[in-house]
Design a protein around this ligand. Structure first.
Ligand SMILES: Cc1cc2nc3c(=O)[nH]c(=O)nc-3n(C[C@H](O)[C@H](O)[C@H](O)COP(=O)(O)OP(=O)(O)OC[C@H]3O[C@@H](n4cnc5c(N)ncnc54)[C@H](O)[C@@H]3O)c2cc1C
Length: 482
């Protein structure tokens, strides 16, 4: 590399988006340097790091995300399974409850691995470290950007290493990727350089999360590996329970609009009991907790509209949560980052130098479906403030009827799960024959605490389902790639 940074890419942030971007940049024969303010370790620790506080909470890797990770790192799924991550279909082997309706059991051909965020990140990071043209610079704070004198091109970054008596230094790079997550300071740095900051769309749900790990029997959910419950208008609370690597179960409870789960033992249990379906509360009473609950507040989903800026410096490529940080109710953030990595691969394949405006429009198109889903879901809850346009209202009413219909119609349950998993586009839910099925079967959403009929949480035993729903991992993986 010469001092101008030609042939070198810098990735600011070594979280999921940064790791995947580094993998893609490396195949374009660039020397890649990943800078992160945290100490990054390769061991499979079960703790989390300061830069990624959300990693202590449930982190579902959606089927489309797993599929992309497998494409970028062949054999990754098997590596995760070897480390004890349970796997199975998203709908046949797990419970999905949205708008107060438990989805019908069906084989959605959506192979899923249930893994903790620290383990997933450690495995992906170890694979990136194997790439000969990628190096990591941990404990290294990025302070700002360097540019050409006319400020039209980013030429590198200013950094400060977290070591005694270190002084500010410059790292040069022809391509600089912003993967600093939700806390990215790029909007401010742009202003400092005389550019406009991106306009931001915000949807304030004031969500509070609380998470605890438990040692529970493998069959505590009747053989299922997980259960997800979304909020309803009358119960803006939800939660997820999943068996994960390390022979543990993780439970994350959440409440919107300031109704946050408490951390004391009794309060935590009572909050779990208050959910529409009883699975979580019942399950966590059957085994010992392994740690104290931890909490995190998620004030708002934020989407930075970089694509609307008329001026943007060459060489700078924002992605990941720095562009769009989604209310994680549908667990889409890491999968959106994975989709952006594929988009980056395609973008770099088209032209030798990235085109910032084309890139920003591309990122916006990747984000659109997940953003629309989160906006629609959040605005279905009366207290959430946001623009309830006629389109949002209509789609919200339709999706809530679809959820009701999915309780009894496996085909609709599969269709929604595949859109939620970011495998199929949202437009598939509006195919005429599906609309007719929804209108014929969907009842308006219920969702009152305790409205489910007795025995509603009972599921066919895993053994009984096995004959019809379980196929080999390779078989289901092959199917989902088609
Ligand atoms: C409670 C909660 C639960 C979630 N659950 C899920 C889920 O189930 N499934 C899912 O897919 N997503 C989930 N998400 C979202 C997911 O965590 C993010 O979408 C994903 O981590 C985005 O990756 P990223 O690389 O953009 O950002 P991050 O993973 O946050 O990484 C940013 C990195 O940048 C580094 N950094 C920041 N500033 C600097 C700086 N100045 N200098 C150097 N380094 C810096 C940080 O140390 C960090 O390593 C959840 C989020 C929350 C809050």
């Amino acid at each position: 590399m010469d001092r101008s940074g030609t042939g070198r890419a810098l990735v600011m942030g070594g979280g999921i988006a940064g790791l995947l971007a580094a993998r893609v940049l490396a195949e374009h024969h660039l020397d890649v340097l990943v800078l992160d303010r945290d100490e990054l370790t390769t061991q499979d620790d079960h703790g989390t790091r300061r830069g990624v506080p959300q990693g202590r909470h449930v982190h579902a890797l959606l089927p489309r995300g797993r599929q992309i990770l497998e494409e970028l790192f062949p054999g990754l799924t098997a590596q995760l399974v070897d480390r004890g991550s349970p796997h199975g279909d998203l709908l046949a082997d797990a419970r999905l409850q949205l708008s107060g309706h438990r989805f019908a059991r069906a084989d959605a051909r959506l192979p899923t691995v249930s893994v903790s965020r620290p383990t997933l990140e450690a495995v992906v990071r170890a694979r990136v470290r194997e790439l000969p043209n990628v190096t990591f610079s941990p404990a290294c704070d990025v302070l700002g950007l360097t540019t050409t004198p006319d400020r039209r091109r980013v030429t590198g970054v200013r950094v400060l290493r977290r070591a005694d008596s270190s002084a500010e230094e410059v790292q040069a790079g022809a391509v600089v990727v912003d993967a600093m997550g939700r806390a990215s300071r790029t909007p401010r740095w742009l202003e400092d350089l005389g550019y406009d900051p991106p306009p931001a769309d915000e949807l304030a749900g004031d969500v509070g999360y609380a998470t605890r790990h438990y040692r529970l029997a493998p069959d505590v959910l009747g053989g299922d590996w997980g259960s997800l419950q979304g909020p309803t208008p009358s119960c803006p609370r939800g939660g997820a329970l999943a068996r994960i690597d390390g022979d543990r179960w993780i439970v994350t409870l959440f409440g919107l609009l300031g109704d946050h789960p408490p951390l004391d033992h009794e309060g935590f249990l009572a909050f779990a009991d208050s959910l529409t379906f009883p699975d979580l509360g019942r399950a966590i009473r059957t085994g010992p907790p392994l740690d104290e609950p931890v909490r995190m507040r998620f004030p708002a989903s934020v989407r930075r509209r970089y694509e609307r800026l008329r001026r943007f410096p060459h060489g700078l490529l924002p992605l990941g949560d720095g562009v769009c940080s989604l209310n994680p109710i549908y667990g889409q953030g890491m999968t959106v980052a994975a989709l952006q990595a594929l988009a980056l691969r395609e973008h770099l394949g088209r032209a030798p130098a990235p085109d910032p405006h084309r890139w920003l429009r591309r990122v916006a198109r990747v984000v659109d479906p997940a953003w629309d889903m989160v906006v629609g879901g959040d605005l279905a809850l009366p207290g959430v403030e946001g623009p309830r346009t006629p389109k949002v209202r209509l789609l919200g009413a339709y999706i809530s009827r679809l959820h009701a219909a999915a309780e009894v119609d496996p085909e609709l349950a599969v269709a929604f799960a595949r859109v939620m998993a970011l495998v199929d586009p949202p437009a598939t839910l509006l195919q005429p024959q599906r609309v007719l099925r929804v209108l014929a079967r969907g009842r308006p959403a219920r969702g009152h605490v305790g409205t489910q009929p007795p025995g509603r949480d009972e599921q066919p035993s895993a053994g009984a389902r096995a004959a019809t729903t379980h196929r080999s991992w390779t078989e289901t993986s092959e199917e989902v790639r088609r």
